[in-house]
Design a protein around this ligand. Structure first.
Ligand code: P1T
Length: 405
């Protein structure tokens, strides 16, 4: 895998998602990389191979995805040497997170945004506090200055989700990076909700970007995966080592699916944003809805930050996720959710099809009830992942379901 392909780092994002880190297969000219299912690679003599030994360590299909997502997120390590490219693909988003946490030593301290995916919270608190004596402070980073008072002499990393899952709070990445640099902390941004099309954490100065590739990157709700991207060579080296040492790698077939999904990421995200904006505005005018949270609405408490930090081709754009609070209680939420028909009542997000769910019972059940209460994840909170269907059909579906409440 010599770096003979031309650099794609200067291309527009819309082109990078299609061509980033890719070149026709050198043996056949195949435009899409073959799905290399081989678990192992023949050697001419012990230790004499063509850069591939064993597929947990090296797989050409996974490399194709890793180079692509690295280029799309703006890591420039691809140019240095293919083998140390800045992207790493894992068997799930949580596998990516788990491997990233291995950058820490036993007893280290992590500052995390307080609102984040329930499974990430579960991994940090229920697993890593026990298994590696990880100390985690959950801090409301909507005000980044709160980081300073949470720092201890063992603090090594800041974990940020923005927009957050499910309350769509935003974190000012520029402000976080400024503090992190002062204290020599590693900043990780879970960019799953925003996608690299809307939000550019590495360019702002974050050290690592994480994605659940299950969501917008894959885009079709048919694969579970995760990725990490960095532009710091020393972190890339450590992540590469741990990806192999821990072994929770993405399979060749799944790598192919995610790579295929990323090719349409830019056009999909544009449509997600357009649909979500119209639906958020429509919901804001519906009398059955108490409150709509969408970073593209002026009513969002961090609207100004959204305008600055989330942009599509230079214009503000707020993504495909909407959170609403219904009037009433759990009964009203259930009736609403039981009466949608185009939206599927299901966990996950970011696919071409619209999904809707109840975080308190579904995706965030692993967050303790008292923490959910503090964060505002109530029984009337409903999370909507707006797909790319015709927006009139989606509004019609929500209208019928709200009318049943
Ligand atoms: O599900 P997995 O691919 O392991 O990714 C975990 C994950 C990480 N980060 C964010 C922001 C996520 O939303 C997720 C997964 N989230 C869901 C399954 C969900 O419905 O919210």
């Amino acid at each position: 895998m010599n770096a003979s392909h031309p650099s794609h780092d200067e291309l527009q994002l819309d082109s990078r998602v299609i061509h980033g880190g890719q070149r026709p297969d050198p043996t056949t000219g195949a435009v899409m990389p073959p799905i290399y299912l081989s678990s192992t690679y023949a050697q001419r003599s012990p230790g004499e191979h063509q850069g591939f030994e064993y597929s947990r360590s090296h797989n050409p299909t996974r490399y194709a995805l890793e180079r692509c997502i690295a280029t799309v997120e703006g890591s420039r390590l691809n140019e240095v040497q293919d083998v140390t490219h800045g992207g790493f693909a894992f068997s799930s988003g949580l596998a990516a997170t788990a491997t990233c946490l291995e950058l820490l030593d036993a007893g280290d301290h992590l500052i995390s945004m307080d609102d984040l995916y329930g499974g990430t919270y579960r991994l940090m608190t229920n697993v890593r506090e026990r298994s590696m004596n990880l100390k985690v402070s959950y801090v409301d980073l909507t005000d980044a200055s709160r980081i300073e008072s949470a720092i201890t002499d063992r603090t090594k990393m800041i974990w940020v989700e923005t927009p957050t899952n499910p309350t769509l709070k935003l974190v000012d990445l520029e402000a976080v990076v400024a503090i992190a640099r002062k204290h020599n902390l590693i900043t990780v941004c879970d960019n799953t909700f925003a996608t690299p099309i809307l939000q550019r954490p590495l360019e702002i100065g974050c050290d690592i970007v994480m994605h659940s590739a299950t969501k917008y990157l894959g885009g079709h709700s048919d694969v579970i995966g995760g990725v990490l991207i960095t532009q710091r060579p020393e972190l890339a080296e450590k992540l590469r080592y741990m990806q192999n040492a821990i072994g929770s790698v993405m399979s060749a077939f799944d790598s192919y699916l995610v790579l295929r999904g990323i090719k349409t990421l830019a056009v999909r995200v544009q449509r997600h944003c357009e649909n979500a904006m119209k639906i958020a505005q429509w919901l804001e005018a519906n009398p059955k809805v108490e409150r709509v949270v969408y970073p593209g609405l002026q009513s969002h408490p961090q609207y100004e930050l959204a305008q600055r930090q989330m942009r599509l081709q230079g214009q503000p754009a707020a993504g495909g996720m909407i959170t609403i609070f219904l009037k009433g209680g759990l009964k009203e939420s259930r009736v609403f959710l039981e009466n949608v028909s185009i939206f599927a009542l299901a966990e996950s997000l970011g696919g071409v099809e619209s999904l809707i769910e109840h975080p308190a019972i579904m995706t965030h059940a692993s967050v303790p009830p008292e923490t959910r209460a503090t964060l505002g994840i109530s029984d009337t909170l409903v999370r909507i992942s707006v797909g790319i269907e015709h927006v009139d059909d989606l509004i019609g579906d929500l209208d019928r379901a709200l009318a049943a409440v």
